[in-house]
Design a protein around this ligand. Sequence first.
Ligand code: FEO
Length: 402
Amino acid sequence: MGNVFKAVKVSDHVYWVGAIDWGIRDFHGYTTKRGSTYNAYLILADKVTLVDTVRAPFKDELLSRIASVVDPGNIDYIVSNHAEMDHSGSLSRIIEEIKPEKVFASAMGVKALKEHFGLDGIHPLKSADNLSLGNMQLTFMETRMLHWPDSMFSYLEEDRLLFSQDAFGMHLASAERFDDRIDAAVLDYEAATYYANILMPYSAQVLKLLEDVKKSGLDIRIVAPDHGPVWRSKIDAITESYAQWARQRPTNKAVILYDTMWHSTELMARAIGEGLVAGGARVKIMPMASSHRSDAAYEILDAGAIVAGSPTLNNNVFPTMADVLTYLKGLRPQNLIGAAFGSYGWSGESPRQIGDMLAEMKVNLVAEPLKVKYVPDGDDLNRCVLLGRNVAKRLKEVARHE
Ligand code: FEO
């Protein structure tokens, strides 16, 4: 790749040397509409240190950016903060090519890198360990399950810089490297979407981590995640957003997810939406034929209710509804109330099945599943409006008591 790709200076001793993936649109089931970046960082200390690597196809871009500031063969240490392949996919080849003196990871990272790539000889680190880079020092903090069991943070005291791997990241391809160079609305949306789709299941750990970081007394002026921009201007804002998302306090917003065969379940969804609005709730209606599961996760992040509807197809829920509810169940949203509905032709199992799926997600169901045969008439639609009003009423009570 010659000398085409350049490093970007992040702080006195640290350069961004990652890769920009402008084209990626699917990140293990999450639609990444704006692409992504795989961030890696170079510390120009006495011991030249590379923090994380990039997805395998971007190895040469990484090496080219490193070469713009230092000969890659001069790298002494590599620190792997996270073993998932978007950050470690090129690690084996990088080790072969640059032959670093030592490679470091958490104990779980050592195990994961061995099991993924057969890598031996990686040195384990644990929370509060210090690694001398000669004239500088890295301190480590294990962050299990954020996002994998191996994950850890590294802190460079001299630059007051926290390498936070997945945490505080977002999928956003951009030629800009810093938070203050990107539109604030884009930052808010992409950070929330990332949290909802990647970190929501680990919200309890996020709250604990925020507390641990506060207790540690670390003076953090720069947060350098493994995806998206480096935070240097809005660190307080993004940490406060994380605390708010992790608490998942119910709001008066209801999300209606549905699919439909002949527009009957769609009519029901719209009537339920009318009832919710009439009852004072905020509403987002998402037809799953034209909505992506990860956009549903984004909407659920700040919701208090989920109302899900499906027609009955061959005695089962519609495939799109099974898809989104399976995905959301894995993301473990908390503190939701909800209800199920759907039209049917003769057997009509689907609303009950949807209700069971919501119950498995620990959604507190506020009504029996609402079923309508064939096409809803005026009375049926009034029952749908009433269901919406009922959910809105319960939502007010729940939101008030949190
Ligand atoms: Fe960006 Fe969990 O990897």
